[in-house]
Design a protein around this ligand. Structure first.
Ligand SMILES: [Zn+2]
Length: 356
């Protein structure tokens, strides 16, 4: 039996196997004033369990994320709105925690259902991902091709990935108009006060929203209870303010940024709410440290392109997670290089790295 223990996860994202996840019941979100949680069941990727949408406010509503465009998701939100005593035309603004399809996919549908202009906000570093111009390129680009060659991804895996990426593309309508937000921006309304905390790592523009009155942290994919929020390899660094951006380094710095924040509940982008933020942060740190050691050990044994290290690092990787596995190896390797524990032995492609 594969060992599903936390320190040796079978796949790059799962902390539990899917059997456990299916048995897991989502605890209902705590009832709060002016905050309504709507957890849309996610058919695929199933390990996300739900895509969480939050309605904040009494009358004019601010939505935090929208969930993906999947059959029934708009109706699901409409129904939840009705139960809370709202209507879609109460939506006055949408704040998107980061530019991934399962977080902004329904924004266009919600705007249309609202029947009036609804301003959408996303951090400036991710705004290109949700725009009509950037959307196509976001999921597959020339730079992604180069990354694939660098890691020696086999053609058959690339074909599977492209198919998977086109599935993801169908989960969203790109946005024609979007407003950029920055760290420290504030959104206020009747009964709430939200503050933007830029927490890059999972995505360069990933941001949490802190509701100061009730001390709720809307964490997007920065903090999730049941899976590790992958600091995904960023192939489009040329679009960023810092062209030397490194996902995992940024992610760990973003965890620091939340240290000491007075949080009653974390409301994540997927799955259950969280009560112990400091506890989960220290678990994440340990997890990444363990994973770095695992990758360092794999490198020490073999001088092979990164794709060929998967068997050593993630022996039970599900077919759909091969890209995540390579991405995880790469982002941890960047830290090993920063720390002087690994070096580039041959730039390739495919590139070869050596443990030191
Ligand atoms: Zn995401």
């Amino acid at each position: 039996m594969p060992n599903h223990q936390f320190f040796y996860p079978p796949s790059p994202s799962l902390w539990f196997d899917l059997g456990d996840l299916k048995k897991m019941l989502i605890k209902p979100f705590p009832k709060l004033e002016n905050i309504h949680a709507m957890a849309i069941p996610m058919p695929e990727p199933a390990e996300l369990i739900t895509a969480n949408v939050y309605a904040v406010g009494k009358g004019p509503i601010t939505l935090i994320d929208t969930g993906p465009k999947i059959p029934g998701s708009l109706e699901f939100i409409q129904e939840r709105f009705g139960l809370a005593g709202f209507d879609m035309n109460d939506v006055e603004r949408i704040i998107i925690t980061h530019g991934h399809v399962d977080h902004f996919g329904l924004a266009v549908g919600i705007r249309e259902a609202a029947g009036h202009p609804v301003e959408c906000f996303i951090h400036a570093e991710d705004s290109w991902r949700v725009s009509k111009e950037g959307f196509q390129e976001e999921l597959w680009s020339k730079r992604m091709e180069r990354f694939m060659a660098m890691v020696d991804m086999p053609q058959k895996e690339i074909r599977k990935m492209r198919k998977r990426f086109s599935y993801f593309r169908a989960l969203a309508d790109p946005l024609g108009e979007v407003s950029a937000m920055e760290d420290g921006d504030e959104f206020t309304g009747d009964g709430y006060h939200l503050k933007v905390i830029h927490t890059p790592g999972h995505s360069p523009g990933a941001s949490c929203l802190y509701e100061c009155r009730q001390k709720i942290l809307f964490s997007g994919d920065h903090i999730i209870k049941h899976i590790t929020p992958n600091p995904l390899v960023e192939t489009e660094r040329n679009r960023l303010r810092n062209p030397n951006y490194q996902s995992l380094k940024a992610y760990l710095n973003s965890l620091d940024k939340l240290t000491g924040l007075d949080v009653r509940f974390v409301f994540p982008g997927h799955g259950e709410y969280i009560e112990d933020l400091p506890g989960i942060i220290s678990t994440y740190r340990l997890h990444h440290r363990e994973r770095m050691d695992l990758i360092w050990n794999a490198l020490r044994k073999k001088l092979l392109p990164l794709y060929h290290l998967i068997d050593d690092v993630f022996p039970f990787v599900p077919e759909n997670d091969v890209f995540l596995a390579v991405s995880e190896i790469f982002v941890h390797l960047e830290i090993l290089i920063n720390e002087g524990r690994a070096e580039l032995a041959n730039p390739g492609p495919p590139a070869l790295y050596r443990a030191l």
